[in-house]
Design a protein around this ligand. Structure first.
Ligand code: ZN
Length: 221
């Protein structure tokens, strides 16, 4: 049997390599740097499906950093996020949910037709912000890929105006309502380290946190 500590060290090293490549941390000065960089690139391509981090992982509370430039690395990250999101399956994903603290969101709210078929409608939001919100509110039952199989009703502004950058680096403003308004608010919350359970009563929030903390401990044993 393979030593579990060896698996841990190797997977941490791989994650470090991939993250360093993604954030451009390699100086690329020495041949060893260059070799590490190309190795990390291959690894990242193999690892298109990323692991979704789950409550109570503390990274979910990080405030994500703005993306200064839409690079090929950012496009690749968005691709990976779509693959991960569709695989889960989910309708929205923030980069921090795959442990990348960057202000990047993927979403697909395509409705299914009568045959249960749906045309994919992938959308990417870079550095999204809420410009204004309506006084009117609406209530949706929300769930989260980082809090699996837990759903609760949350009240939020029914309409919001958002500003965001697309994958071509263009800035847009757009009005959102219905499920789109709820979903974009939920995902922007992730970029600020906020989870939908934060809107619930303390009693409910403590209960769900306890449940997931216990499950994480069991999984680590
Ligand atoms: Zn979520």
């Amino acid at each position: 049997m393979v030593n579990p500590r060896l698996i841990f060290v190797v997977s941490e090293a791989l994650r470090f390599l991939v993250n360093a490549e993604l954030t451009g941390s390699f100086g690329g000065l020495t041949p060893a740097d260059q070799q590490l960089k190309s190795l990390a690139k291959i690894l990242r391509e193999i690892m298109a499906l990323r692991e979704i981090i789950i409550l109570p992982d503390k990274q979910l509370r990080l405030v994500s950093k703005p993306i200064e430039k839409v690079t090929t690395e950012i496009r690749k990250l968005a691709d990976d996020m779509f693959e991960t999101m569709y695989d889960a399956p989910g309708i929205g994903l923030a980069a921090i949910q795959i442990a990348q603290p960057l202000r990047l969101i993927t979403m697909d709210l395509a409705k299914r037709d009568e045959d249960g078929e749906s045309q994919p409608r992938p959308r990417v939001f870079i550095n999204p912000e809420i410009v204004s919100s309506s006084e009117e509110t609406s209530v949706y039952e929300e769930g989260c890929l980082s809090i699996p199989e837990y759903y609760e009703e949350v009240e939020r502004p029914a309409q919001v105006r958002i500003r965001f950058t697309d994958l071509d680096g263009k800035v847009h403003e757009e009005d959102a309502d219905g499920l789109f308004a709820t979903c974009i608010q939920h995902e922007i919350d992730h970029l600020n380290g906020v989870l939908f359970v934060d809107y619930l009563s303390k009693l409910k929030r403590d209960r769900v946190l306890k449940k997931f903390t216990k499950a994480a401990k069991r999984a680590a044993e």
